[in-house]
Design a protein around this ligand. Structure first.
Ligand code: AG3
Length: 280
């Protein structure tokens, strides 16, 4: 094959992926990180931040659909949504499919990620021109600390908990998220791999349980994130989240009522995670 390979450099993972690459479409350094767009014969275009694959055109829909639609179907009537991170626009694209959603505030630290995505990933970044969308480029932890607004749903589409990403996984941030949620508000955040980071996952679940009435864990199988068995921690102030609480109208490739229900981890596994008795 012509071309070369890209060796992923994921400091949070015990293994490293090697991708075949047919071209480097963009490479730049923002104030916060190195941003690279690669062309892969297997996965289409790929967005890489600080050496870690954030998305590929081929499988991004699994992640973005499951991050957005589980919470938006668990909530009985989501009108206002806050997305923290998600500068590529993939989560935003899915959120905007909901006609109940009247306002989306997206808070992304790195403006350059949005610009790069608009240029190279038009299939993800189209939502930025929707009139319901308001964008702020700033630290999400500062935003939730001083936001006067309330949101029905808060979605955190974060990078791994290293460097700048770390601050989106702290008790203080979770408490501030709770304070910007409306009365029946819900919160979801990507929490890494159940194979490689189950102590981290358990820690997140335990810390969220101290703040929220309902805390659950669901997973999707993702080919391009090392560890693959990818988790999302979801928390709710009132309603249950492990099944749809309203009818699905949005068109999706993977997400549906059954995918929603089956994504949640078995009860026994969840209990072991929470009481610290998982012996993997
Ligand atoms: N957010 C990053 C998920 C974690 C990726 N981690 C990894 N490959 N080790 C994805 C951004 C897509 N909107």
């Amino acid at each position: 094959m012509r071309g070369f390979v890209f060796l992923e450099n994921d400091p949070f993972s015990p293994i490293r992926y090697i991708y075949r690459v047919s071209g480097i479409l963009y490479s730049g350094k923002s104030r916060y990180q190195e941003i690279v767009v690669l062309e892969s014969p297997d996965f289409g275009k790929m967005l890489v931040l600080d050496g870690v694959v954030q998305l590929t055109e081929r499988d991004e829909f699994f992640y973005h659909e499951m991050l957005a639609h589980v919470i938006l179907h668990a909530h009985p009537n989501p009108k206002t949504v806050l997305i923290v991170g998600g500068g590529d626009g993939g989560t935003l694209r899915e959120v905007l499919k909901h006609s109940s959603v009247k306002r989306v505030q997206l808070v992304e630290l790195d403006r350059q990620v949005i610009e790069v995505s608009k240029r190279f990933f038009p299939g993800l970044a189209g939502g930025f021109s929707d009139p319901r969308v308001h964008v702020k480029c700033m630290d999400g932890t500062h935003y939730v600390r001083q936001a006067g607004d309330h949101f029905d749903v808060v979605i955190v589409d974060a990078t791994d908990p290293v460097g700048y990403g770390k601050r989106l996984f702290t008790d203080q941030f979770f408490a501030d998220v709770l304070s910007v949620l409306s009365e029946t508000g819900m919160f979801v955040i990507q929490t890494e791999s159940l194979h490689f980071h189950h102590k981290f996952v358990a820690d997140m679940q335990i810390r969220l349980s101290k703040l929220f009435k309902v805390v659950e864990l669901y997973c999707i199988p993702l080919a391009t994130y090392a560890g693959n068995w990818w988790t999302f921690s979801i928390a709710s102030t009132k309603h249950p989240v492990d099944a749809q609480n309203r009818k699905q109208e949005v068109i999706t490739k993977y997400y549906d009522e059954e995918a929603h229900k089956k994504a949640f981890v078995p009860r026994n596994l969840h209990r072991k995670l929470l009481d610290g008795s998982l012996d993997w």
